[in-house]
Write a protein that binds this ligand. Structure first.
Ligand code: T4K
Length: 374
């Protein structure tokens, strides 16, 4: 029986390393609400990401919802439909109206040239998504935001460890939101964070993730419960120690895919658009097939061979049952086309090169170029 290969497989530290980290909890009994490990991870992340303020949360989605809430926004938010459900859900659950902008066909991020045409007197913010680790056009987005006085909150769930122009990608915008879900290259089992730029916002987020509690007797706003507990923080501390090795191993896998698939007819491989100003994080490996039918065939062929690639992000959010009556995917044709043709291949640090070659053999379906020996 063939081994199952999933789109991802979380990396774990050694059991000994994790136990060593959580052992003091049996002494302290301080398990959550900003314990010592929470504080330690926060400091480690500030240093690693080179950011001033980071608010750790229970997951990326809560982080996104609370980041939006913290700006007291009202009205319309320009975003894209080519993302995980979380981005749109967070906007709508904040009582805001998403206005969908199309994406660029080569890197799947928001097409900054199409943003201005969507701005109305009701627009209050832009929520761009750094899809698959591809970085949005940060400079142009900021210029537009400055011109129209809009808040920019990046959904940076896919960009942990990536740098742009020598700075962490998460340092840009009025806030950036990270996901530390088990399926991400850096994880805390479940987890997430908001990167912000002032002590005031940091404290506000602290209150929002703790029911709106300001003091023992004072609750002055309607918050949620989105605090990160000590067991998750411990996992983050261990994983962060190995993060550079994790990214390097992924790079090797990513490059093997590029080498194997670049000249395969009917397969479009990822393009890195950041040039030398970008340090990639190798979070995902998305390919585009010629059309919907070819993508479905490929998805099923891989599945028959125990390779569970994923169609991130299909269906397009505007085609979800809960949204299709309110939005039209025809208004974002490039995103619609990408959703119909994309397939995200397995990528994780333990994936062996012979497994990559095996996956590529099925992707190429006998059209593999000669240099790849499988
Ligand atoms: N914004 C964006 C752009 C996002 O992509 C996400 C999350 C968010 C916001 C929200 O962040 P979080 O609130 O999640 O922190 C997965 C993840 O659950 C989700 O975090 C991620 N994006 C999304 C792209 O992928 P599913 O429904 O595809 O996960 P699932 O359970 O099918 O896992 C995929 C594969 O991974 C499985 O087939 C096997 C493997 N796996 C998974 C888990 C959970 C494991 O081997 N071990 C595991 O523990 O959503």
């Amino acid at each position: 029986m063939k081994k199952d290969i999933y789109v991802t497989r979380p990396s774990l530290p050694s059991l000994e390393e994790y136990i060593k980290e959580i052992e003091p909890l049996w002494e302290s009994h301080k398990l959550t609400n900003s314990g010592k490990l929470h504080e330690k991870l926060k400091e480690m992340l500030k240093q690693y990401l080179r950011v001033g303020y980071i608010s750790l949360m229970t997951n990326g989605h809560s982080a996104l919802e609370l980041a939006l809430q913290s700006f007291s926004l009202k009205g319309e938010v320009i975003t894209t439909p080519f993302t995980f459900a979380s981005t749109t859900h967070a906007i709508i659950r904040n009582g805001l109206k998403p206005v969908f902008c199309d994406i660029k066909p080569y890197d799947f991020t928001i097409d900054e040239t199409k943003i201005e045409a969507l701005i109305t007197e009701k627009t209050c913010a832009i929520v761009p998504v750094h899809v698959y680790g591809n970085v949005c056009n940060i400079d142009e987005i900021q210029k537009i935001a400055d011109k129209y006085h809009l808040t920019v909150i990046y959904d940076a769930a896919h960009t942990f460890g990536a740098e742009w122009n020598g700075q962490s990608v998460s340092a840009y915008g009025d806030a950036s939101v990270l996901s530390f879900h088990a399926t991400k290259l850096f994880h805390t089992l479940e987890g997430g964070a908001v990167i912000c730029h002032s002590q005031e916002m940091y404290e506000h987020l602290y209150s929002l993730k703790n029911f709106g509690i300001r003091s023992e007797l004072g609750i002055d706003e309607i918050g949620a419960n989105a605090k990160m507990d000590e067991f998750r923080a411990a996992m983050g501390i261990c994983n962060l120690r190995h993060i550079e090795e994790e990214i390097q191993k992924r790079k090797v896998v990513y490059e093997r895919y590029q080498e194997n698939l670049t000249d395969i007819k009917g397969v479009t491989v990822p393009t890195c658009t950041g040039g030398i100003s970008l340090k990639q994080n190798y979070a995902y490996y998305p390919i585009l097939l010629e059309n919907y039918e070819e993508r479905e065939k490929m998805y099923n062929r891989l599945k028959q061979n125990n390779i569970y690639a994923r169609r991130y992000f299909y269906p397009l959010i505007t085609d979800f049952d809960c949204y299709r009556e309110h939005f039209h995917s025809t208004e974002t044709p490039i995103a619609k086309d990408a959703a119909d043709r994309v397939l995200t291949l397995p990528l994780y640090s333990d994936l062996t090169l012979s497994e990559v070659d095996e996956i590529c053999k099925h992707v190429a379906n006998k059209r593999l170029k000669e240099s790849c020996h499988v």
